[in-house]
Design a protein around this ligand. Structure first.
Ligand SMILES: *[C@@H]1O[C@H](CO)[C@@H](O)[C@H](O)[C@H]1NC(C)=O
Length: 353
């Protein structure tokens, strides 16, 4: 009973959401995805485009011109829902601004920052539009972004680009080295792949230590170990494939018994049922498996003939029909085998003159 009620409740909720709130939810979701500040930017852009398009209007601040602009707002399909949501919220402020636009010429500043309070000025963040942390002339040392920059979100700390770290992205991340540095620029590059625990520069000679699978050489630095030099590293039916810092054991082709590559021409020896033809190990035509198939085929013929024989005393027309079918089947099967080079009841070469 309880589960029945629960099921009913779930269906009820689904129907309710699909019909009632589905559409509104989707708009809200897209609005959140784009971010309210970004949505406001899109709205302001489309409003400014509308002003460009209606520049011919004789009276600059006429309500007729405003109506034309408002009719063609938010045309970009992807951002349309979020942009229209902003347009609805901004409507009273826009109408007021329209009459006094000379007092606040920057629509973005007036609508998005001051009225709707969804954006902040450049390099400011959060509810109060506080300045981003650090030097505003060189935010995050040019190697990252201030979290929430220009929006009412974030906390003003630096989100560093890959390869950088530190409060102001003025240090290299682990596994990177300083490739250039002056008073306000820092360039970090990734250490050579053979390094572990950092490096002084970009070559395998500059590693602090070598990664597993690499050995230190006094001339060359960290060098890949070729694990495949050890012939016993893989099993008999596998071959070894060396890679940077590691190796893999891969299965041989089924034609091989031991190999040094993955194709049938790279066998050390041929597997049972295969023989060497040139470099290749080729399957023998009439091996045991084939004989077994031939036996199965002949048994089937015999069964069919017995069936035709059993029917003979009952009805001669029926057995004649079945007999004809059986003969056709056998002839077809034998012909197929013959053209594919398998053993047949009759040797085809007898007929080919
Ligand atoms: C700022 O926000 C980021 C990510 O949201 C968080 O990891 C970090 O700890 C925050 N820093 C401070 C000082 O609040």
């Amino acid at each position: 009973m309880a589960s029945f009620l629960l099921g009913f409740y779930a269906i009820f909720l689904t129907v309710l959401f699909c019909d009632g709130f589905g559409a509104a939810d989707e708009i809200r979701q897209r609005y959140e995805e784009l971010g309210p500040c970004q949505a406001c930017k899109v709205f302001v852009d489309s409003f400014e485009k509308g002003m460009q398009r209606t520049i011919y209007e004789p009276t600059e601040h006429s309500s007729h011109r405003l109506a034309i602009i408002q009719q063609s707002l938010c045309e970009e399909p992807r951002s349309k829902p979020a942009c229209l949501e902003t347009a609805t919220q901004a409507k009273p402020f826009i109408e007021e601004w329209w009459l006094h636009s000379n007092k606040a010429p920057d629509i973005f500043q007036h609508i998005c920052i001051e009225k709707l309070e969804v954006c902040c000025p450049k390099h400011h963040y959060g509810k109060q539009c506080l300045p981003c942390h650090g030097d505003l002339e060189n935010v995050c040392s040019g190697n990252g972004k201030c979290r929430g920059d220009g929006t009412r979100k974030g906390n003003g700390t630096c989100l560093c680009d890959p390869g950088y770290s530190g409060e102001f992205c003025n240090e290299c991340f682990a596994g990177y080295y300083k490739s250039y540095e002056d008073s306000d620029h820092l360039l970090c590059k990734r250490c050579h792949y053979s390094c572990m625990g950092g490096c002084r520069d970009g070559s395998p000679r500059d590693c602090v230590a070598c990664r597993p699978g690499f050995l230190f050489d006094t001339d060359e630095g960290c060098l890949d170990i070729n694990e495949c030099n050890d012939i016993n590293i893989c099993t008999k039916d596998e071959f070894c494939l060396n890679s940077k810092g590691s190796y893999k054991c891969m299965a041989c082709d089924r034609a091989c018994k031991g190999c040094y590559g993955d194709s049938p021409d790279m066998c050390r020896k041929c597997a049972k049922g295969f023989s060497k033809k040139g470099d290749m190990c080729i399957q023998d035509r009439e091996d045991e498996e084939m004989d077994q198939m031939t036996v199965t085929r002949y048994t089937t013929y015999f069964g069919l003939l017995v069936a035709a024989g059993v029917l003979l005393p009952r009805s001669s027309t029926l057995s004649a029909a079945v007999g004809a079918l059986v003969i056709t089947y056998i002839a077809g099967a034998e012909y197929y085998c013959a053209i594919n080079g398998h053993a047949t009841l009759l040797d085809l070469s007898l007929f080919s003159v």
